[in-house]
Design a protein. Structure first.
Ligand code: ZN
Length: 167
């Protein structure tokens, strides 16, 4: 029912506001930001993978795969994001940070995340062929917490669409 008294109305709008604030801080919210980076890569003709780094609930770096643009096989989204995040923080370690990346990192990027001592890694789709969990499962720093499968479907769809259009 619609609240009748003014005070009741204020109460309910406050709860709604808190609800929205909570929504902002979910893994899904941050993964959406990584997906929008992947979309930028897609539009440039790059393999659509996006990554962001979050520190103290703030996005401190946004990046996407740039291997074609930079003519550099190491220009994966994660590598770009690590460099950008370290530059923002003014220090090379990402100890209190979380990386959100749309696809499971390869061993090179997992290695870079280990060097950066990232606190947490959240990724979307699995990469059966080139993912670190299959090729080099012990690459990450032992203290790094991992969450996989966040918005995996959206990420997979974008990758599929990209490789379909390439053919
Ligand atoms: Zn990589």
């Amino acid at each position: 029912m619609f609240p009748k008294k003014k005070s009741e109305y204020c109460e309910s709008s406050k709860i709604k506001f808190i609800g929205e604030m909570t929504e902002i801080l979910t893994d899904e919210y941050f993964m959406k930001q990584a997906l929008s980076e992947a979309k930028i890569a897609f539009d440039k003709g790059e393999v659509p993978i996006g990554a962001i780094v979050v520190c103290d609930k703030k996005i401190i770096a946004r990046a996407h795969n740039m291997t074609e643009t930079l003519n550099d096989v190491t220009a994966h989204a994660e590598m770009q994001a690590i460099t950008a995040a370290a530059s923002t923080l003014g220090g090379k370690y990402l100890i209190d940070c979380t990386m959100y990346v749309t696809v499971e990192p390869c061993p090179m990027c997992a290695g870079a995340l280990a060097w950066a001592q990232i606190d947490r890694l959240v990724y979307g789709a699995d990469d059966e062929k080139r993912g670190y969990t299959k090729l080099a499962p012990r690459t990450l720093h032992p203290k790094t917490k991992v969450q996989s499968g966040v918005m995996a479907e959206e990420s997979t769809q974008m990758m599929k669409k990209f490789f379909k259009e390439l053919r």
